[in-house]
Write a new protein. Structure first.
Lengths: 269, 921
């Protein structure tokens, strides 16, 4: 029963190829193809809810599985390796992703797959999972703002936002940095908790995928920023920056995230 | 929307351009990077510590040798070896690639032109090298554009083949022609998607459709896309047109009614203006400038000193105390001349900064010649700089340490340990240069011994002297060889023995020598020694002949010196009424960490400092023999007149007098006052300069002087001075025309008196020399400011010096040409106003027309609108502007000065006024 529960958990804490389902859902894919822009099922609130709830379901299933598994079964280590491989695979795919929805779903899969390493090495996975998922939320909302303005959130189509939409560009940079786990974001402390907590169990299995994935995330983050924030703006598009209220809301959310990161370090480390 | 046309393949786009545009590859960028790296290695002129091997074989051959062994390319699956094995010459390589790409031969030349334009900076440099005569590095490591294109094509071939494999398509010329004619919709959508010009909300749909490959679906989507994009563009243009109409005062209601025709008129006006809008703005700028210039030249004015003299507040100039000064025509001299004249007792003249002395100069301690004259002149004479006192000791400890650190930095492995060992020293250097540049520079200067005082060898050597000099040099070599090869010291041999050995080596005497007999050297040892003298010390008849030829180029004959001095003096109208002291002021700039430093130096001196030419001119003009010859030609320079060379530092506006040790003792008393005046004028200039640079917190000329000095020593300063930025006009005329007019450092001022130039020869010389150079400078600034990214070199903050010959942006880029943004722009706005050079000639119109008809190049520039020519005739009170092929009279009437008529000249000038006015031929 335990392996089946763990496999089910792999749908929510992505394990390749089970990760295809959460990826499709976060990308707004339905049976008949992509949902139209503006459909509520493709809205940022639904995506944010999925990103926050899926890991919790996955952790619940893991907890059930662990209760049933006897000592020395070895399933946890196997799933940790699988999670590590999944994470690196998605991080690598992230490098070529240009579409914002694909980007965020790949990053979700890569980040949350690392929680399996914590499971395998005896680290309490709850706070790392929350830290990793909550860091993606601001980016989801900012990508939605881009979709509202340009019809699509995609790198390379409307470069130079920093010149035309300074508020949005500033917050976008912060959101991307938070998502790729730069220091003082919750995801950074989540990674630190997984790495420091698990390193005693197995250095290679724990540190190699974490470090490799993190490296690839930062690379992909810079690619995303250079395709959207920097560059020469297009003259044929009309630009509309965030309203001050929206900017304040999003900025407040990012500050709250920072505070959560500090809380995480207090509790987890 | 414009679709891709097959006719543009090979004439506008290369094959890999199409792959990049239609399939999202980056072949062009990769190709550029690889070619730049190859060029960097090959063209290096001493910056690299580990040099490319085999460069003497030429660019293509040496590159091929390296390319055959490039493992990085092999790992990527790009093995150039087999291709390179099949070609030995670059022409064969070009033929091979063009044939394999199936490009029709009729398109080859166009294709090459497109290829060369991809890296126009590098291609331009290679072309310049190939055509430069006597360019050391080109002679040593030859390269030309055929090599350049061959390498580019050879590199492009495997990249195109790699893309063919990846996309499972053929990308040869016929395939592209077929693709564009059979699948135009797909081509259009692909280009839109990959060029980043696509409507964002269509991007996903287009990508899916292209991946699906359904031709019908692609066509439908393409038509829909074209419609939508056209509609959006139309909406955006309509909005802009409405805004424009509102600005023009046309009410929206009137636009809506068809009857008024306002909308149609507006659209036609916009379309009509589009092609010549830039030209229109430029003409507006020029007209405004011309109007203001004419106003200022017509207005009554006087220098502060004259004003004081007129009101009786100050005594008029004391006879004999006047100082004349010759300045370069450079726009930066205008401020200094104005300020100096404002102090009183100074009369200034403008002349091309090489003072009419074209020369190749060999600086002390340097082994090569540098041309000190405008690029359009080829100097025939060479001048050597010689120390006139021997250094009491060898190089200082500071120099030794500097050399050791430099050598350590430049070796392949030493930097790793150098950082550990002496890295801290660089830290001190950095802190000092950054936080207290003035103090730090003063301290460094104290450690440095500086250059010893020198003299210039300006006279020709007689053949006898030259032979003596070479014999002495050879004897010196023999003494050194005896010491090193045989351990025999100088005190053990006689002069006769040394001379005998020299003659044997030169083949003018036979062994055995006295030396061999005295030191019991066997014939074998003596033969080896003589052979070494010939091979290692180059003591051969051929070498001696070469040295004699080189010596023959050194110096000027007295007749030539007199001719050069006469030409310069007559051109500027200074043929009589010489002051006792005449300053000859060259100029140069001083800045730190600035690859563009030579752009701030004197253009008339080949982009170098003008001091050498000033020293040469002064030395020639001070010679008794020269003055005797000049007197014979009607130019009588009084015996007590002395020419003193000086250097104007255009960054700090400090003027340093030189060769004071040659000054007659009686003249030294006057020097203190001159030096004080120059310093005061410099401080006043510095205040003007600070205002132009936007410096704040400057409350006095002294503070301004301190600030500009700091700018010159600050290594973080990206704009030590504006240089020639802002140049707008070139005024050829008497100084009376411009005296006391504030031209804001924007005018080249060339002194000229048409009444002394009956034949027009002097004006002809000015037009065909200085004016051409000024026009180059003006156009360089013009193009650099109108499109700084393409014709200029962008921001200098990102520049890196490459190979000691140019700069790149970042670590790999095209070689940057033109001027950097910091030279031309102040923040977001251009500091330099893009205008054509407004050339003002003070002379009668028929006279100018006559001269112009003889100077083909300048006439071409004027008639084709590259120069705006304005002729002012003060005697007639008329001004004429050449515009659209005709001379148009401009409203201009010189107004009389307070208390005196414009025609009345100071008493001193009265003599010049009596020269009969020549009627133009």
């Amino acid at each position: 029963m335990a392996p089946i529960l763990l496999l089910m958990a792999g749908l929510f804490l992505p394990l390749y190829p089970l990760s295809a389902l959460p990826n499709a859902l976060i990308q707004g894919q339905a049976r008949g193809g992509a949902l139209p822009v503006g459909d509520w099922r493709r809205g940022p609130a639904v995506k944010a809810a999925m990103i926050l709830v899926f890991p919790l379901i996955g952790l619940g299933l893991i907890a059930l599985a662990m209760e049933q598994a006897s000592e020395g079964d070895g399933w946890a280590t196997l799933f940790a390796i699988w999670g590590g491989l999944t994470s690196v695979l998605y991080a690598f795919r992230l490098l070529s992703a240009k579409d914002g929805e694909i980007w965020i779903s790949h990053l979700y899969s890569s980040a949350l797959a690392l929680v399996w390493i914590g499971v395998g090495s005896g680290v309490s996975p709850l706070l790392p999972a929350i830290g990793l998922s909550v860091s993606l939320i601001p980016l989801i909302f900012l990508l939605d703002h881009l979709t509202q303005r340009f019809g699509i959130a995609r790198s390379g189509l409307y470069p130079g936002l920093c010149c035309r939409l300074p508020w949005l560009a500033h917050l976008f940079v912060l959101a991307v940095l938070s998502a790729i786990a730069v220091p003082f974001s919750p995801s950074f402390f989540a990674l630190a908790a997984l790495a420091f907590g698990g390193v005693a169990a197995d250095t290679v299995v724990v540190l190699l995928p974490i470090c490799l994935s993190w490296l690839l995330w930062t690379w992909a983050g810079v690619n995303l920023l250079s395709g959207i924030v920097w560059g020469v703006p297009r003259e044929d598009l009309s630009y509309r920056d965030l309203e001050p209220r929206q900017a304040l809301g999003l900025g407040g959310g990012l500050i709250a995230l920072g505070l959560f990161g500090i809380l995480l370090v207090e509790v987890a480390l | 929307m414009k679709r891709l046309a097959a006719a543009e393949i090979g004439t506008r786009w290369t094959l890999y351009d199409l792959i990049d545009q239609l399939h999202g590859e980056r072949i062009g960028a990769t190709l550029n990077e690889w070619l730049i790296k190859g060029c960097l290695d090959f063209l290096d002129e001493g910056q690299s510590a580990w040099r490319m091997p085999g460069r003497r074989q030429g660019l293509f051959q040496s590159w091929c040798q390296i390319a055959r062994r490039n493992r990085r390319w092999r790992l990527r699956g790009l093995d150039l070896g087999p291709t390179l094995e099949r070609v030995e010459q670059p022409e064969a390589a070009i033929d091979l690639v063009m044939t394999r790409l199936a490009i029709p031969e009729r398109l080859w030349m166009d294709y090459f032109a497109v290829e060369l334009s991809k890296l126009h900076g590098w291609a331009g440099f290679v072309r310049w090298r190939a055509q430069a005569r006597d360019y050391y590095w080109q002679e040593r490591n030859p390269a030309d554009l055929v090599d350049f294109i061959a390498i580019r094509l050879i590199l492009s071939l495997p990249l195109i083949e790699e893309a063919e494999r990846r996309h499972r398509r053929d990308f040869l010329y016929p395939d592209w022609v077929r693709c564009m004619s059979e699948r135009p919709h797909e081509c259009l959508l692909r280009r839109e998607l990959h060029s980043g010009a696509i409507l964002p909300d269509y991007a996903h749909r287009v990508e899916v459709a292209l991946d699906g490959g359904d031709t019908k679906g692609i066509e439908t989507l393409c038509l829909d896309y074209e419609r939508e994009k056209t509609a959006r563009e139309a909406a955006s243009r309509a909005l802009r047109l409405r805004e424009l109409c509102e600005l023009a005062g046309i009410p929206r209601a009137e636009l809506a009614t068809q009857r008024s025709g306002a909308l149609r008129q507006m659209i036609e006006a916009v379309h009509g203006l589009r092609a010549r809008e830039g030209f229109l703005w430029m003409q507006a700028l020029e007209r405004t400038y011309i109007r203001h210039l004419l106003d200022r030249l017509a207005a009554p004015r006087e220098t502060p000193a004259e004003a004081l003299a007129r009101t009786g507040t100050a005594a008029p100039g004391i006879a004999g105390s006047k100082v004349q000064a010759l300045f370069c025509i450079d726009v930066r001299s205008e401020r200094l001349r104005r300020q100096l004249e404002g102090l009183g007792h100074y009369e200034t003249f403008g002349v091309a900064g090489f003072f009419g002395v074209p020369v190749n100069f060999i600086e002390l301690g340097k082994g090569h010649e540098s041309a000190r004259c405008p690029a359009i002149v080829t100097p025939r004479n060479v001048v050597l700089e010689m120390p006139h006192e021997h250094a009491p000791h060898g190089p200082s400890l500071f120099h030794l340490a500097t050399e050791v650190v430099h050598d350590l930095k430049c070796t392949a492995l030493a930097p790793y340990i150098t950082v550990e060992a002496v890295g801290l020293l660089f830290g001190f250097d950095m802190v000092g240069k950054t936080l207290a540049p003035t103090l730090y520079h003063r301290w460094r200067k104290r450690l440095d011994n500086g250059r010893p005082p020198t003299r210039l060898m300006i006279d020709k050597l007689s053949e006898e002297d030259a032979r003596d000099l070479i014999a002495s040099l050879h004897d010196e070599l023999v003494v050194r060889a005896l010491d090193r090869q045989l351990g025999i010291k100088r005190e053990a041999v006689t002069t006769g023995m040394i001379q005998e050995l020299r003659e044997i080596a030169l083949g003018r005497a036979a062994a055995p020598s006295q030396l061999a007999r005295r030191f019991d050297l066997d014939s074998a040892t003596e033969t080896v020694f003589i052979t070494r003298l010939r091979l290692e010390y180059r003591l051969t008849p051929d070498q001696a002949r070469l040295q004699l030829e080189q010596l023959a180029r050194i110096g000027f004959r007295i007749e030539r010196q007199a001719l050069l001095v006469r030409n310069t003096l007559t051109t500027i109208g200074l043929a009589e009424d010489f002051a006792r002291t005449i300053l000859v002021v060259g100029h140069g700039s001083r800045s730190q960490n600035n690859p563009y430093e030579s752009a701030l130096d004197c253009g008339a001196c080949g982009g170098d400092k003008g001091l050498v030419n000033a020293r040469l001119f002064a030395a020639m003009a001070n010679r008794r023999e020269v003055r005797e010859r000049l007197a014979g030609q009607g130019i009588r320079i009084p015996e007590d007149t002395w020419f003193i060379p000086a250097l104007h530092d255009t960054t700090t506006d400090e003027i340093q007098l030189h060769d004071l040790d040659q000054l007659p003792p009686g003249r030294l008393t006057q020097l203190t006052r001159i030096q004080e005046d120059l310093a005061a004028a410099g401080r006043l200039c510095a205040r003007e300069r600070c205002a132009a640079l936007g410096e704040t917190g400057i409350d006095s000329p002294e503070a301004a002087a301190r600030r500009v000095k700091r700018n010159a020593l600050d290594w973080t300063q990206v704009r030590p001075e504006w240089g020639l930025s802002g140049n707008a006009s070139f005024i050829i005329g008497h100084r009376d025309l411009t005296r006391a007019v504030d031209l804001a450092g924007r005018a080249f001022l060339h002194s000229y008196d048409h009444r002394r130039d009956a034949s027009g020869a002097s004006l002809e010389a000015i037009l065909s020399g200085p004016l051409i150079v000024a026009q180059w400078i003006n156009l360089e600034h013009y193009f650099s400011v109108v499109d700084n990214a393409v014709f200029g070199s962008g921001s200098k903050v990102y520049h890196n010096v490459v190979g000691r010959f140019g700069v790149m942006t970042g670590n790999v880029s095209d070689l940057r040409t033109g001027l950097p943004a910091q030279t031309l722009r102040q923040g977001e706005r251009p500091y330099h106003q893009p205008m054509r050079l407004i050339t003002v000639i003070e002379a009668p119109l028929p006279f100018v027309q006559g001269v112009l008809s003889r100077v083909f190049k300048v006439r071409e520039l004027v008639e084709n609108g590259w120069i705006r020519l304005l002729v002012i005739d003060r005697a007639e009170g008329a001004a004429h502007l050449f515009e659209q092929g005709t001379w148009m009279a401009q409203p201009w009437t010189p107004r009389p000065e307070n208390g005196r008529s414009a025609a009345v000249e100071p008493a001193r000038r009265a003599r010049k006024r009596q020269v009969p006015v020549e009627t133009p031929s």
